[in-house]
Design a protein around this ligand. Structure first.
Ligand code: ADP
Ligand code: MG
Length: 443
């Protein structure tokens, strides 16, 4: 793409980061974000197109044609599961994001396990159960227990981060497992039961074009609401990149041993995967294990990964959308030497029912320190400025030569922003693992 217009679908912090990155690139004339948000629309070179129904493929095609987009980048998973990429491709619009069939890697955990097994990609040992198979599920949980292993229960299907229970005891697993199968049909898996793995997690995401993959810098997110990884699970309260325990060579080794085999198996099945392929990994003593696939960038991982992409992102996405990634001659994006730490500011009540409408102070003060502020749940106030309008409201990203510097910058910028009821963690990237090389360990 010599130059062109990119349509980004979505309106959260991840999409703000994508739009911010693309709008700054020489090869991009304009970024249109649909439906976007007030905060995203204020970004230089970014225009918001409100009138779009993201889960309606026809509405998305109409928006793409009306905006004259040369490329559509799909942010969240739900439109992909609804077949938006298929419809765009059918209408002759270049799209970066998987077909509905390929998005099953995220929308069905049982499918992901089946593909990974066929591809020789190590995951937690698991079995899938359909309605009526509660007895078999309990039997498998007892088998794991006999080996001294706890169970993880996962609902099959999109659950917005609320479908997984990491069990602390045999009793808990036995008690909860049947509830996943109540009222479910006998012909489809409804529950995946996995062995519980131990280790640190990492997110390794690659730009994929169906058979080739280019690695993005690795990141780690913090899912629990409160400091010390306590409290309820959320969409993510912060993230950092790079990872001291996963250097560039280790990231490339993971793309080689996880992403590329998955791509090959998806292509063999006639459903090639094009888009961001996100491998959620557990770095175990025996090597990395795939916990799940997502079919898009993570949020808030995107907010710390994209500021570290030094080169041109639009060119890679455009090439990938056309199946030409190999012509770019890269195995990994060029990453800046800077580290990035992102802190999510949430509204009181999150992850339950968040309070809305509180005026936000200090966004410009944070930016004037050099921090990036990405909008997730904000609304423009008639009197000027922004108000809270969602659970996760902002992501504040600090950068610096080291993770410690980036963390200090992020903390200082987050301190500059306030509203009545703001909640955040104070320990994002506070405890860093020792550097360790895991090259080749995925085999
Ligand atoms: N086999 C496992 N062993 C230990 N923890 C796990 C396992 N699978 C998932 N988890 C934990 O549960 C979280 C959510 O699981 P994941 O498969 O990523 O589902 P989702 O993101 O759809 O909720 C993971 O980030 C991880 O912390
Ligand atoms: Mg996950």
């Amino acid at each position: 793409m010599a130059s062109g217009r990119v349509l980004v679908l979505g309106g959260g912090g991840r999409e703000h980061a994508i739009a911010w990155k693309l709008a700054a690139e020489a090869g991009v004339d304009e970024v249109v974000v649909a439906p976007g948000s007030g905060g995203i629309g204020d970004e230089p070179g970014v225009r918001v197109l409100r009138e779009v129904e993201l889960l309606d493929p026809a509405s998305v095609v109409a928006a793409a044609l009306a905006s004259g987009a040369d490329l559509v980048v799909v942010g969240p998973e739900a439109p992909l599961a609804a077949g938006v990429a298929d419809a765009l491709e059918g209408a002759g619009v270049a799209v970066f994001g998987p077909s509905r069939a390929a998005a099953r890697l995220e929308t069905s955990k049982a499918f992901c396990h089946a593909v990974a097994e066929a591809a020789g990609v190590p995951m937690a040992r698991s079995r899938a159960f359909a309605g009526g198979e509660a007895g078999a599920a309990l039997g498998w949980i007892r088998e794991l227990d006999a080996e001294g292993l706890r169970a993880v229960l996962k609902a099959d299907g999109l659950a917005a981060g609320k479908g997984v229970v990491v069990c602390e005891s045999l009793e808990q697993a036995l008690e909860l497992a049947p509830s996943f199968l109540v009222g479910r049909s006998a012909d489809q898996p409804a529950l995946v039961v996995e062995e519980r793995l131990e280790g640190r997690e990492a997110s390794v995401i690659a730009i994929c074009d169906g058979d080739d993959a280019v690695a993005l810098p690795a990141a780690r997110d913090h899912k629990r609401l409160c400091d010390g990884d306590l409290g309820p699970n959320t969409g993510g309260m912060g993230a950092y990149s790079p990872l001291p325990d996963l250097d560039d060579r280790a990231v490339e080794a993971i793309v080689e041993s996880v992403h590329r085999p998955l791509l090959a198996e998806m292509a063999r099945r006639g459903t090639p995967f094009r888009g961001f392929l996100y491998a959620g990994l557990m770095l175990t003593a025996a090597g990395p294990r795939l916990l799940e696939c997502n079919v898009r960038l993570g949020d808030p991982e995107a907010q710390v990964i994209l500021p570290r992409v030094a080169g041109d992102l639009a060119g890679l996405l455009f090439a990938a959308a056309h199946g030409d990634l190999a012509t770019m001659g890269r195995r990994a994006v060029a990453a800046s030497g800077e580290a990035a730490v992102g802190i999510v500011l949430a509204a009181r009540g999150y992850p339950g029912d968040p309070r809305r409408g509180d005026p936000i102070d200090g966004i410009e003060a944070a930016r004037s320190q050099g921090a990036l502020v990405f909008h997730a749940g904000t609304v423009k106030r008639p009197a000027g400025g922004f108000g809270t309008n969602g659970g996760r409201v902002l992501a504040v990203v600090g950068r610096g030569p080291s993770l410690a510097d980036a963390r200090r910058a992020a903390e200082r910028a987050a301190d500059a922003i306030s509203w009545d009821g703001v909640e955040r963690r104070h320990d994002i990237a506070a405890e860093l693992p020792e550097p360790a090389h895991l090259v080749g360990a995925a085999r």
